[in-house]
Every structure is written in structure tokens, then in C-alpha cells.
Design a protein around this ligand. Sequence first.
Ligand SMILES: *Cc1c(COP(=O)(O)O)cnc(C)c1O
Length: 388
Amino acid sequence: MNIQNERERQFTATTHDPHDARHHGAITTPLYQTSLFSFAKYEDFEKAFENLQENHVYSRGNNPTVSFLEGKLADLEGAESAKCFASGMAAITAAIMSTVRSGDHVVCVHQAYGPTRDFLANYLKRFAIETTFVDGSSLQAIGQAFRPETKLLYLESPTTQMIELQDLTACAKFAREKGAITIVDGTWATPIFQQPIKLGVDMVVHSITKYISGHSDCLGGVVLGSKHLIDQISNSEYMLFGGIMTPHAASLITRGLRTLPLRMQRHQESGLRVAEHLNKQNYVAKVNHPGLASYPQQDLARRQMSGYSSLFSFSTSESMEKMKQWANKLQYFKIGVSWGGFESLVTVGVSPDDRGEGAQTMVRLYVGLESPEDLIRDLDQAWTDHVK
Ligand SMILES: *Cc1c(COP(=O)(O)O)cnc(C)c1O
């Protein structure tokens, strides 16, 4: 793939829509704030039921504002089809449920998003579905965890604490040979920097709440894949669990999507600037950012991603309490969960690699759209002020 051509394609794909005569030439997608669609004739009503995904009957099925966004996301990701959900977790649990049944086994990377791990490890146990968690950076570990009844390989690349990758091409190939489906959570990279379907992965999930929405004002999720797999989800998990994306959220998210390529370019530059600065500070032990020379999976990062987003972490030998006090002194980095919006954020935790003995304090930073120079000054002043 020519990266530059793809980058240019993304700018046009997010901003251009084909003329739609149904909307009087309205340049934005109309917000169909409706729960149901009515019919002049009973015959048409009955005919519409033949395909609830294509026809307009009820908004827990098909709403034009939501399906417009789904079309744009599928195009951007290079997927045949997409289904949007109320949140990232609604999308993830629907995608997982569509691939497993009682007695099946799942292999999942051990650093996957916490609630995803909780769902696999604890919730699915009720249905006699077992999960083995593995070190995703080792193909050998993944292979060894597979059993004859393994039906799903669940990946998250990069992970969002330690920013660790899995080799998507090799994982997807291995799982396919074993008759298992591969799902990857691609929230960190977004479709701008990583397109796993093109690498052979069956389904991609994103928390839209993060970069795709980009404005910290709504939640959403999406599952992307072949028409066959997404139709199955639409007809069962989507319709039955009902975790739908509202037309209002879809309208806000479509507005955010217009600037996704532009924002990601800025996030990439600023994130790397801040990471490079932190890498030189003596209170920082190690910065986990794929753009740094010290990053252990740099070759793989270059092979399967065309850029880097601006969420990263660093470990430090300072105590957690000390770093919490440091976070209190930050002005531009606000203390809070989530990320992907306009504003920079910070959280302090323990490095999940070595909990217990030798556990290190880990700080996760999200670099927003502020001036990176202001952010760097903020980090420096908080530390100077702190050690006084
Ligand atoms: C936030 C997040 C989710 C969950 O998304 P919600 O929209 O909060 O439900 C899933 N995966 C990753 C990697 C995330 O960062």
C-alpha cells in the first residue's frame, strides 16, 4: 500500500459524500430523530419486514443517520460492512458473542482492555466458555494456548497501557488455519493508522468514544468485517441486545469523523514530541511509544501501522503517591479516564507487566490538541515544583 495515496484517500473519504437527492442537497447528513417509520400501505409494511437491515421499519435495526456513519466507517477501514453500537463495550461484547457458543474456548491477549478481559474471564464462564490469556507479543505463546475447541482469537493491537503489539498478519493466518475467527480491537491506531482487515483479520472493533468521535461528548462503538459476519451480528446481537447507537450520537460522530485524518496527523506529531521530551528526563525510567528508537517492537510497528496516535505511558521508580501529587500540579493534563478527545489527560497506576514484586509506577498520558510546547512546559513545571 502506498501510504501517501492512502492518506490522501482518507481525507477525501471523510469529507466527501455522494450527492443524495433524497435530502434536497443538504450538505450534512439529516438527523432522523425517529424511533419508527410508517407506511401508507399495509402491503409495503409487510414487504419491508423481509429485510429489516436494508429497509426502514424501526430504529433498533436501521436508521438512516446511523447507517450513513456505518457506510463511511466501512469505507475508511477497507471493510465490506460495519455496525455501530451504543459504546465500545456494546460492540465488543456483540462481536465476541457472535463467534462463540457453550463449550468453546477463546485465546485473548493478557493486556486487553480491562472490561473486555472481565467479560471473557468471568461473564462468559456462566455459559461454559473458557478463555486463556497469553502474552500477545509471542506467536509461540498464542499457538500453545490453542485447543481443538478454540473458536476465537481476540487481539488488541496496540494495547492501551503498555502499547504492546501483536503481529496481526501472522496471528490471523494462524487462527484461520485452526478454524478460529480473529477479532482485533484497533481503538488506539484508528483506521487512519492501521487497517487490520487488509492484513487478514476477520473483524475489527473500535471504541468510537475515543479518537473517531474526538470531542469527548458522546460514546459509541463499531464492529467491521465481511458482509456475512456483520449481517449475522445485525440480525442477532444487535437486534436482541438492543445496544444501538442513537441517531443523535451518529450525527455528532459523523461531524467528528470529518476531521479525523487531520486530528490524527496533529496527535501523531504532538504525541511524539512529548514522548521524546519525557524520554530525556531523569525521573522517567522507560517511555512506551512505538515511535521511539527504544521501542522493542519497532519493526512490527512500521510493518503494520502507518502512524502513531498520542496515547502512551512511561514507567518510573518514583512512588505512585509521589506521581499522584505530581499529577495534581499539572495544569493542561487533566486527571481522568478515556482519551481521544481534544484535551490532554493523565492517569497514574501500576505497570501491569510486573505487579507484585518490583512493580513500577506507570503514568499514562494522552496528548490532546493543545500546543505540545505548552504541554512540555506543563510537565516540566509540575516536576520542578514537585521536587522543591
Ligand atoms: C475505551 C475502550 C474500550 C471501551 O469503549 P467504551 O466506548 O468506553 O465502551 C474498548 N477498548 C479500548 C482499547 C478502549 O480504550
